[in-house]
Design a binder for this molecule. Structure first.
Ligand code: SF4
Length: 112
């Protein structure tokens, strides 16, 4: 995270194993937006944007009211999930599941 001269906090997310993309991945955008939402509690000036840095380029992610609403909606969906009501995710990359600490208890990732 960096603080600009005007006091705004800017989250910077590094995804240095990602390269050669022309637009930022949606899940990375949501991650940056989630950081912006968290930073609202730590500064009187809400964040205006975040930075998503890949191996060979970076993107400025504008923290718009629409993106903020989307993050809040996703958080609300996550809060409603439990063992009886799993998240709607139907598939995930095998490599991600094998590296995930929740694989043993995850109905989607277990057995991959
Ligand atoms: S094991 Fe489950 S929680 Fe972990 S990455 Fe796979 S789908 Fe996601």
């Amino acid at each position: 995270m960096v603080r600009l001269d005007d006091g705004h906090l800017v989250p910077v997310e590094l995804k240095l194993s990602t390269q050669s993309v022309t637009t930022p991945y949606n899940n990375h955008v949501i991650q940056v937006a989630a950081y912006c939402l968290i930073l609202e509690d730590y500064s009187e000036q809400p964040p205006t944007h975040g930075i998503l840095r890949y191996a060979d380029r970076e993107f400025t992610i504008d923290y718009t009211p629409t993106l903020r609403k989307k993050v809040i909606r996703l958080l609300e969906e996550m809060a409603r999930c439990n063992e009886q009501q799993a998240p709607p995710l139907q598939k995930q990359r095998v490599a991600k599941c094998r590296a995930c600490t929740f694989q043993a208890i995850c109905p989607i990732g277990s057995g991959k």
